[in-house]
Ligand binder design. Structure first.
Ligand code: NAD
Ligand code: TDX
Length: 340
């Protein structure tokens, strides 16, 4: 199959490219990525060794470019990972999120329509369901996103479903829980805390630290995505979670323990605005499709911490320049929320 992976230079997308090339020895994979601050050509080092791999730098909102790639490479399937993905950034600059996550998705759907692409797989998130006190969300549950990020992702999902209902396009959506693993940009909880702890810098734990997420190892998510691309039913949504719910405090202490660092590195900071309390997914539908996670949390976290210890050349340059400007801005805005 000839597969277009958008956002393939990012964290999950790059792992997915590796998975697809490894598991399907005859497939060709084209990556389209804008290389925003989160995209990193180094993430595709393994893929570049393959003659079946091509990279194009560009924006999924650029309809002419998307058309040229889909037609030129005779693309049969699109897997859309491209998105603005960080909740804190979406609170500071929501516009980019609506552009890429909603309009970019729609631009890709138009290309699917025009060139009769056989499969369109939209990579979505558990955050579109909102927060849940106990139990896990099912695929049929209503959407109740809280942040500009999750609202934009929900907007993308609704476009995808509308193209299924209206034009009968062969679309599928996966919604995964929080991924972790090598090559995750060090603004997200686990890589931020691991790299800060390595450098003996404070770990900014939001609020009471009791917000809960379900953590899935990135390879388990990618194997699930691949399974859905080949075996999922069009028009369907599939949740991908690992059943590993942990509070942020638990994650923080686990990281400190693995690195042998003291609890005094933990710094209590004001809460994220509109911070969702708990995410969790019901994954029975994926299990019925024959998918299981393979990475227990303890093993996945150990492998992740080890990777960041072994690859300072990957993350050190990312934690300077623009990154620091963003950090200052983020904390400067805290506590100014009105109307709540
Ligand atoms: P990431 O931020 O690491 O990577 C996003 C990639 O998309 C980057 O390479 C970036 O350059 C690219 N990109 C951004 N805007 C683009 C545009 N307009 N055109 C082309 N490329 C563009 O993100 P990630 O964590 O790998 O997430 C990938 C996908 O998975 C996203 O759709 C995200 O919503 C979803 N997701 C992520 C998680 C998670 O825990 N990280 C969980 C559930 C779902
Ligand atoms: O410095 C921090 N301190 C902190 O306490 C950061 C960055 C986060 N947190 C908390 C906020 C959340 O409760 O940790 C939790 C996880 O935060 P993030 O890593 O920012 O992830 P989250 O907001 O849960 O969203 C992630 O999972 C779903 C991804 O960023 C999304 O792209 C994905 O859709």
């Amino acid at each position: 199959m000839r597969v277009l992976v958008t956002g393939g230079a990012g964290f999950i997308g790059s792992h997915y490219v590796d998975v697809r090339l490894r598991r399907h020895p005859r497939d060709q994979v084209v990556v389209l990525d804008k290389l925003t601050y989160a995209g990193n050509p180094a993430n595709l080092a393994e893929a570049r060794k393959s003659p079946r791999f091509r990279f194009v730098k560009g924006d999924i909102c650029d309809a002419r470019l998307v058309d040229r790639i889909v037609r030129g490479h005779r693309i049969e399937a699109i897997v859309n990972f491209a998105a603005e993905t960080h909740v804190d950034r979406s609170i500071l600059t929501p516009e980019e999120f609506a552009k890429t996550d909603v309009l970019g998705t729609q631009t890709l759907l138009e290309a699917v329509r025009k060139f009769k692409v056989k499969r369109f797989l939209q990579i979505s998130t558990d955050e579109v369901y909102g927060s849940i006190e106990r139990g896990g969300f099912k695929e049929t549950d209503p959407l109740k996103p809280s942040s500009p990020y999750s609202a934009s992702k929900a907007g993308g999902d609704l476009q995808v479903l509308a193209y299924w209902h209206t034009y009968g396009l062969p679309v599928i959506i996966t919604r995964s829980s929080n991924n972790y693993g090598p090559r995750q940009y060090p603004e997200k909880l686990i890589p931020l805390f691991v790299t800060n702890a390595i450098e003996n810098q404070p770990l900014p734990l939001y609020g009471d630290g009791l917000n809960t997420r379900d953590w899935i190892y990135v390879e388990d998510n990618c194997l699930g995505v691949d399974h859905v691309l080949d075996h999922g039913r069009v028009g369907e949504i599939y949740n991908l979670g690992a059943g590993n719910t942990r509070t942020n405090r638990e994650i923080t202490f686990a990281i400190l323990k693995l690195l042998g660092k003291p609890a005094r590195l933990i710094q209590k900071v004001p809460d994220r605005w509109g911070h969702d309390r708990r995410y969790a997914l019901n994954t029975r539908k994926m299990q019925a499709l024959g998918w299981r996670t393979q990475w227990p949390f303890v093993r996945g976290l150990r492998a992740t911490v080890q990777w960041y210890q072994d690859h300072p050349e990957w993350w050190r340059p990312l934690k300077s320049g623009d990154y620091l400007k963003y950090y200052k801005k983020q904390y400067a805005g805290r506590g100014r929320q009105q109307g709540k």
